[in-house]
Write a protein that binds this ligand. Structure first.
Ligand SMILES: Cc1ncc(COP(=O)(O)O)c(C=O)c1O
Ligand SMILES: N[C@@H](CCOP(=O)(O)O)C(=O)O
Length: 365
């Protein structure tokens, strides 16, 4: 039997059972699908005090870094792997800027299937590469970008016995839409605005699917305006055309030709939303503010939505009295190199074993 379903919960508090068992009736998956789970989902909505104050709005952070492998991908991967295993897959493949590979490798380990990962050479954060490797993935470095890796992965899945589990696999969106259900459940309704970083564009498509389903089944009375934020050098949805050589230090969203382009544009259009872009400096500033003001450490790409909110405020946007949810998509510990790179002047304060020297260094004297 698949691991995860045999485990018996002990204790009296509610044990979160993971995306499939919590939401099975709302997932469009084949009957009898087994459950490969790390008890993902059920992530916190944390109020952002400083953003709420700054904008005069109720601003909530959906902290997806709290998922088992540290990103929102786990919501989709539990469903994609479960369905693949249910259909007899023995190997899975993905193209990745890092998080998808980490997630796929963990769920593949649990399901005892072979994980094969294609990544752009030298372009993924060390923490994510370590995750993929430690979970047993075979990692192939490609001399090319993420979009090239996805082309190869599609080709492998077409010609060889490996199941593709990028977000072009509709089971991924089934899992990822559950974040919207959780937001609606927590707030009692959908927010007015939902903001999130956008790369391959599966997540904004999945959120929109979830919100429209919540509206249709009566659990929400409205659907939010969806705002997707891309990085300046990797903003095809903003520029209206694929970007051949996408560049940004937010490596997770260094993507030039989003696979879910059509679905994502539909989500923005139907919700009255937009795609816009922020610079790497704006992303890094937002990342640092989130960490130092809210206590939430996210990886650079994950801060793109917050950077966007700050930009809109500077431009005079009025969100007073509105409820705004910002998805922060992945944990900051995945990419410590980028975080530390901005602190070269501070981390090297060294003293002898001496209280007064430490006090002087700390500015207490
Ligand atoms: C941390 C992080 N944030 C945001 C994104 C963008 O999500 P999507 O590709 O679904 O647009 C990704 C992956 O692309 C990611 O890894
Ligand atoms: N940022 C992603 C890119 C692939 O996205 P997917 O949702 O289509 O798998 C990653 O982490 O690799």
């Amino acid at each position: 039997m698949t691991q995860g379903v045999t485990q018996q919960a002990i204790g009296t508090t509610h044990q979160w059972r993971g995306v499939i068992e919590e939401f099975r009736g709302r997932l469009d998956i084949p009957d009898g699908t087994p459950t490969v789970t790390l008890r993902e989902g059920g992530t916190p909505l944390v109020e952002s005090g400083w953003l709420s104050e700054l904008l005069g709005a109720d601003v909530w952070l959906k902290v997806e870094g709290d998922n088992p492998t540290g990103s929102f991908k786990d919501r989709g991967m539990t469903v994609a792997l479960s369905v693949a295993v249910g259909q007899g897959a023995e190997a899975v493949v993905c193209a990745s800027t890092g998080n998808t590979s980490a997630s796929m490798a963990a769920y593949a380990a649990r399901a005892r299937v072979k994980p094969l990962v294609l990544v752009p050479q030298g372009k993924i954060a060390t923490g994510k590469l370590a995750q993929a490797l430690i979970h047993g993935a075979q990692v192939i470095m490609v001399r090319g970008n993420f979009d090239d890796c996805l082309t190869i992965s599609r080709g492998l899945a077409e010609h060889y016995p490996v199941a593709l589990v990028n977000s072009v696999n509709p089971m991924r969106l089934q899992g990822q839409k559950t974040a919207s259900f959780e937001v609606v459940d927590f707030l009692g309704d959908a927010p007015d605005v939902h903001v999130l970083p956008t790369g391959n564009a599966g997540n904004i498509s999945a959120y929109w699917l979830g919100y429209t389903e919540a509206l249709a089944d009566g659990s929400a009375t409205k659907a939010p305006v969806m705002r997707g934020w891309q990085a300046w050098g990797a903003a095809p949805l903003v520029d209206g055309a694929p970007v051949k050589n996408p560049e940004t230090l937010a490596s997770a969203i260094r993507i030039g030709n989003p696979a879910s382009w059509t679905l994502a544009v539909r989500a923005a259009e139907e919700s009255g939303g937009t795609f816009r872009k922020v610079t790497d400096d704006q992303i890094l500033a937002a990342q640092r503010s989130l960490a130092s003001r809210d206590g939430v450490f996210v990886e650079p790409a994950s801060a793109a939505g917050v950077a966007g909110l700050l930009l809109e405020r500077e431009e005079g946007a009025d969100l007073r009295g509105r409820t705004v949810v910002v998805t922060v998509t992945g944990h900051g510990l995945k990419d410590v190199d980028t975080a530390l790179a901005t602190f070269t002047d501070i981390v090297d304060t060294v003293v002898d074993v001496d209280v007064e020297a430490a006090a002087r260094a700390a500015g207490l004297e």
